[in-house]
Design a protein around this ligand. Structure first.
Ligand code: PLP
Length: 376
């Protein structure tokens, strides 16, 4: 166990399979031309870029013209929220306090710099959005932009997206969802889906870091956040990260193949972990709604151990186990987790987020449990 890393932090980032690394390696070796150049090497790179766009689009049921490549989920969320403000003439946003900082801090900047109105919908003690309150806010503020994440990255709660979208439609609202944690985890058909704008980040579904995309439904002409070139149909200037994009397309394909079996497999690992934690620590508190509306790949638990959360993480790390203290950002910050605070949970408590992927094994769960036992 000593030299082997037990990696149970897939919601932070996930390992790349050989298929993805091989596709990127071919790209790195052979596709060095600038996709905007008109010579042979440039055109060759352009063909690969557009092939990757078609692949990502078809895996998600979108049109290629609706997919804009970015440097990841953070940029995509920023670009959509700013792009709507300047491009679609909307200035009221409805969100929740449990969103990722990529959304919360962007909304706060829109409020400070542009005097946008930002309203927060109530959430209950499990972290679910209060739909009656959302309806009230939309009724009082028609034409709002609703920005609510599909799955919460710290506690795993799933948003009832159809209900949210119906409310948006009835009040002339727009629906943006941070889908970073759900792209690749569910079959999402964007053509028939309820979203107007979603985002993806390759490293959350076994692709490389620093690359992602935004889906902008046809018909919405957003203003560009990053300017200075005509790439991505003027929506995101800058030479495309071609090999990252190739890796992302391959990773999405890899992740979505056999998805039903993967979902069942990972859900069974989560159930086993929950069960065994419950017997080992009868007073453990499972945060969020793990047996209700929750993503199958993540479990957040506060354990009755006599140590602070950061000490627990450090001990587990010394035992070769990588889990997170809520979210990757929260674990690295001094301020603690805003989600835990919002749920009324002491954010210094020994809370861990365990998140699984296609490559997680039952033995890794056993090793985590052994490690936790050794800390009692
Ligand atoms: N949104 C959510 C829900 C996330 O979990 C993350 C990453 O942790 C991001 C956005 C940021 O994505 P990226 O790392 O690609 O910038």
């Amino acid at each position: 166990m000593k030299n082997e890393i037990i990696y149970l932090d897939h919601a932070a980032s996930s390992p790349m399979p050989d298929d993805v690394i091989d596709a990127m390696s071919v790209c790195l070796h052979q596709y060095y031309g600038n996709p905007s150049a008109t010579h042979t090497a440039g055109r060759k790179a352009r063909v690969l870029l557009e092939e990757s766009r078609r692949k990502v689009a078809s895996l998600l049921g979108a049109k290629p013209s609706e997919i804009v490549f970015t440097s990841g989920g953070t940029e995509a969320n920023n670009a959509i929220l700013w792009g709507i403000y300047y491009g679609l003439d909307r200035d009221t946003y409805i969100s929740s306090r449990l969103e990722h900082p990529a959304v919360l801090q962007t909304l706060s900047a829109l409020e400070r710099h542009c005097r946008a109105k930002v309203l927060f919908v109530n959430t209950d003690n499990k972290g679910h959005v209060d739909l009656n309150h959302l309806e009230e806010l939309l009724r009082d503020n028609p034409r709002s932009v609703v920005s609510l994440m599909h799955a919460n990255n710290e506690i795993g709660n799933l948003l009832p997206v159809k209900a949210v979208s119906d409310l948006c439609r009835s009040h002339d609202g727009l629906f943006h969802s941070d889908t970073v944690q759900t792209i690749g985890k569910f079959h999402i058909d964007l053509a028939s889906s309820v979203f107007d704008f979603v985002v993806g980040s390759a490293h959350k579904f076994h692709g490389p870091k620093g690359v992602g995309f935004m889906f902008i439904r046809d018909g919405f002409l957003l203003d560009a956040l990053i300017r200075g070139g005509s790439q991505e149909r003027m929506l995101r200037a800058g030479t495309e990260n071609l090999c990252g994009i190739v890796g992302m397309a391959k990773a999405l394909e890899w992740q979505l193949s056999g998805l039903e079996a993967t979902q069942k497999y990972i859900a069974s690992l989560k159930a086993i972990l929950m069960d065994r934690l419950q017997s080992m620590f009868p007073t453990a508190i499972f945060n969020g709604d793990p047996q209700g509306r929750s993503i199958y790949s993540l479990l957040n638990v506060t354990l009755p151990l006599q140590m602070a959360g950061n000490m627990l993480l450090a001990h587990l790390d010394m035992l070769g186990i990588c889990v997170s203290a809520g979210s990757a950002c929260a674990s690295g910050s001094v301020g603690g987790s805003h989600v835990m605070k919002e749920l009324g949970i002491d954010d210094t408590a020994p809370t861990i987020r365990v998140s699984f992927g296609k490559t997680t094994t039952p033995q890794q769960i056993d090793l985590l449990l052994d490690a936790l036992k050794s800390l009692t």
